[in-house]
Structures are given as structure tokens and as C-alpha cells.
Design a protein around this ligand. Structure first.
Ligand SMILES: [Mg+2]
Length: 463
């Protein structure tokens, strides 16, 4: 069995035996980058773009600890938020300064954060680190008067434009192609995983938003050395580049073929020729090419919306979300297991004390003169105990909320509740894991079984 941090976790039962085709995203799914190096490069490229096209930039430096995946930018107030599963703001920073609970209450107590509003931007993937970090720094610069002519919303808009430019125009990617070993993380089990899936009769396909030149360079760098002279292309039945997900899933965008030598695009007729590199294309065409559909397919990707949410919602594909940070998250929990258990047990104890205490307080009010002296002493002692344990809990909670990231805490938790990210994972990802090669620990025909978790009212049965 794999170590805890390399396991595959199940939200909805999934029989891999029934899966006929496995689709993969490329960036941060089949290809994993050294995140800090990549994000620092992305950050510097965005800063250069902003300097050149829009503003005199403040002196800033990439700080990988400033944000984590799953946070939400509030463009209206220039804040970064950690939101729980119910859409309530639990933690917030304005620029790089923490907001007090009182201020959070003033701004958000009457508000449920809805991602359908343009005001809120969900930091969806590992690519979001550079954007989130720079946004907090631009907000600080605005507050110090340096970028005062831009409001918080416009600052995000410019950042978004710069990000699209750096990714789409491939400035960033051309740097990576020059020196892939520096940026790309090699995982020896990856090729074994794909070969096992092929050997068990699964059709593999690749759908990436990256263009052909980049895909070709990076995939051959990672896979070709393991393929005895064969090309990485031989692993896949269908390859789609420049897919423009989510449009790939939500529209019938036209398909072109890519000339492998010149990278030029060629139009295609009504029936797609097989064995080509497809450009743009759409999920319906891919289903026809593979002769599979709906829940015969599982799609594996790292982007909650463009890979997981839309493929499931529009095409009924089964889904696997890749969350690389899960390995750090799980290891942190294992290391701190005893103190987490202690915190849970202290909360239970406080709850019990509170129940008895409030009962006695009510008796004191209703019984008045008949309220005995020993009852009053008991109540006083309980109040003391409550105060003591409450102070201990606050201290333990402070430490708990700094696990993994000292500002934002654990990725999947928001205080005692699940984080907004955890809720999204639960809702849209049938299974989730830290990396594709974790499939190597399981048979390609295995059954991922959902183990029912108790509801609050189930505790009397399960305890
Ligand atoms: Mg990706």
C-alpha cells in the first residue's frame, strides 16, 4: 500500500474496470514543475509586462508563502479571503495586513461569498501563487500612495491581462523550453503508470491548453528517455493542444490539425483524420474519435474549474483532481496528530462543562432560594474549569491555524470547518490525489470505494 500522502481518495465510488479511456491535462498534471521556481519566473514575467505597459512598479519580490491554492481575491476591497464550505469568510488579509475578526465581521457578516460573482476570483491552481502574491503587494502599494490612481478592481484587471499575456504569448514557456531540467520535476513512476493503464486496455488521451511547440518539447523531455526510441506520442490515442478549456467542454469549437514539422495549422473536413495532432477541437469530437462517451471516461487534471467542474457537469465524465500540495498537508497532519487529537478532546470537554454549567445557571435563576450552596459551589468551580480550558483551546487553535502555512493554515480546513476548496473537491472530484503516478499503487481495474462518513446525527450509532 502507498504511504498516506500518496494514496488516492474517494468522494464517489468509481470502478476503474468500467473506465475505457483516461484523459490527461498536461501542466501540473502529467508535467509537474518545481513550483517556486516556475511561479517566481511567472511573477517576474508579469511584473515586466506591467512595467512595460501600465505602471511604474513598486520594488517587490516573489514570496511563495503569501498565498495558497483555494484562497479568494475580493476585487472590491483588495482583500484575500479564506472561506469555509458555507461561503463565510473566516480569515482575511488586506494586501499583506491581517484583518481583525471585528473588521471581517463589518465587511462580510452579511455576505456569502459566491464565485459566480465577478467580484470574487478563486485561486484555482498552483499557477495562482504568483498572481495572488503580486495582487497583495499591489494593494499595499496602492494604500501607500504609489499606485493610487488605480482602484483595487482595476489592479486585478491589469494583473489578469498581464497573466493571460505571459501564458498565452508563451514568453514564460519559451524560458522553460530553454532549460526544462531546471523547471520540470521528473517522476520515474509516471511512465510505468501510463504503460500499466495501456496494458490493461485503457485508451489514453491528452487535452492541454498549451500550444504544440511547448507540448512537444516538454513531453519529449519528460517521457522520451523512457521509451526506447519511441516518441511520447505513442502513449496517446488522441492528442489535443491549444484546447482552450473550458471552451473545449462547453462549445463545439472548430478543429484544426497541426503540421508536426512546421507547427502550422491545417483545416480539416467534417470527418477528422485519425493519428493527427488536433488543435482546439472539442470534447464531443474526442468522444467520437475514441468511440467512448460519458462515464466511460475519466479526466485527470489540476484545475478545479476547467478540468474537473466542466468535464463532469457538461459531459458526465468521471474526474480525478491532482492536488500536489496534499502531500505536505497530509504529512503535516501526521506529524501533529497528537496535538490535533488533544484539541478535539479539549473541545469535547469544554462542551460537556458548558452543558452542565448552563443547566446549573438556569436552575439558579428558576429555583432562586432553593438553589443549594453546594450547587452554587459546583457552578463556581465549573466556571473556573471552563475559563482554563477555553484559554488552552484558544492557544491550541492558534497553533492549529498555522499548520502547513503560518498565515493561512491547512489547505482543506478553515478553522473547525472544511475550506471552500475542500467543498469544491468533494463536490466535483470523484477521486483526488497528489500526483498521477499514485495510480501506480493501484490496479487499473480496481474499485475506488466511497466509505460513508457520519452525519452529525449519526454519532449515536457510530460511537
Ligand atoms: Mg493544468
Amino acid at each position: 500500500m502507498p504511504k498516506s500522502e500518496r494514496k488516492i481518495f474517494t468522494n464517489q465510488s468509481l470502478s476503474m474496470k468500467k473506465i475505457k479511456a483516461i484523459g490527461y491535462d498536461m501542466d501540473y498534471t502529467l508535467i509537474h514543475y518545481h513550483t517556486e521556481l516556475w511561479e517566481e519566473l511567472a511573477y517576474n514575467t508579469i511584473v515586466e509586462y506591467l512595467k512595460k505597459h501600465h505602471m511604474s512598479m513598486p520594488k517587490t519580490k516573489f514570496d511563495p508563502e503569501l498565498v495558497i491554492r483555494g484562497l479568494i481575491i475580493d476585487r472590491k476591497y483588495g482583500n484575500i479571503l479564506k472561506v469555509c464550505q458555507y461561503g463565510q469568510v473566516k480569515l482575511a488579509y488586506h494586501g499583506t495586513s491581517a484583518l481583525s475578526p471585528k473588521r471581517i465581521g463589518q465587511l462580510y457578516s452579511k455576505e456569502i461569498v459566491h464565485l459566480s460573482s465577478d467580484r470574487f476570483v478563486f485561486l484555482n491552481t498552483l499557477f495562482s501563487g504568483s498572481i495572488g502574491c503580486l495582487y497583495t503587494q499591489l494593494v499595499d502599494a496602492h494604500d501607500h500612495g504609489q499606485l493610487a490612481s488605480y482602484d483595487y478592481d482595476t489592479l486585478y484587471e491589469l494583473l489578469d491581462e498581464a497573466t493571460a499575456y505571459t501564458h498565452l504569448e508563451s514568453h514564460l514557456k519559451s524560458e522553460i523550453i530553454k532549460n526544462p531540467s531546471k523547471y520540470v520535476f521528473k517522476d520515474d513512476d509516471m511512465i510505468l503508470t501510463l504503460k500499466e493503464q495501456i496494458a490493461c486496455g485503457k485508451k489514453l488521451f491528452l487535452v492541454t491548453n498549451s500550444d504544440w511547440d511547448y507540448t512537444q518539447s516538454i513531453m519529449s523531455h519528460v517521457f522520451d528517455p523512457y521509451l526506447d526510441g519511441e516518441s511520447w506520442e505513442s502513449l496517446f490515442n488522441v492528442i489535443v493542444v491549444g484546447a482552450r478549456k473550458p471552451a473545449f467542454f462547453s462549445s463545439s469549437q472548430e478543429t484544426f490539425c497541426v503540421d508536426r514539422e512546421t507547427s502550422l495549422l491545417k483545416p480539416v473536413g467534417r470527418k477528422l483524420p485519425s493519428g493527427q495532432i488536433y488543435y482546439r477541437c472539442n470534447a464531443q469530437e474526442v468522444e467520437s474519435l475514441l468511440k467512448v462517451s460519458g462515464n466511460d471516461i475519466i479526466y485527470v487534471g489540476d484545475h478545479m474549474y476547467t478540468d474537473i467542474n466542466v468535464s463532469k457537469r457538461v459531459f458526465g465524465w468521471r474526474t480525478c483532481l491532482i492536488i500536489r500540495e496534499l502531500e505536505k498537508e497530509i504529512n503535516t497532519i501526521i506529524i501533529n496528530k497528537e496535538s490535533i487529537k488533544r484539541l478535539i478532546s479539549m473541545r469535547r470537554e469544554r462542551h460537556t462543562i458548558d452543558k452542565i454549567m448552563s443547566r446549573l445557571e438556569m436552575d439558579q435563576i428558576t429555583q432562586k432560594e432553593s438553589f443549594e450552596k453546594d450547587q452554587a459551589e459546583h457552578l463556581a468551580s465549573l466556571k473556573k474549569q471552563y475559563k482554563k480550558i477555553d484559554a488552552q483551546i484558544i492557544e491550541e487553535e492558534r497553533k492549529y491555524n498555522q499548520l502547513s502555512n503560518k498565515t493561512w493554515g491547512l489547505l482543506m480546513r478553515s478553522g473547525q470547518q472544511k475550506s471552500h476548496l475542500a467543498r469544491q473537491v468533494e463536490r466535483y472530484a470523484d477521486i483526488y490525489t497528489s500526483r498521477v503516478s499514485n495510480f501506480h499503487f493501484y490496479s487499473p481495474s480496481c474499485h475506488f470505494d466511497y466509505i460513508s462518513r457520519p452525519l452529525p446525527h449519526d454519532t449515536n450509532i457510530t460511537r
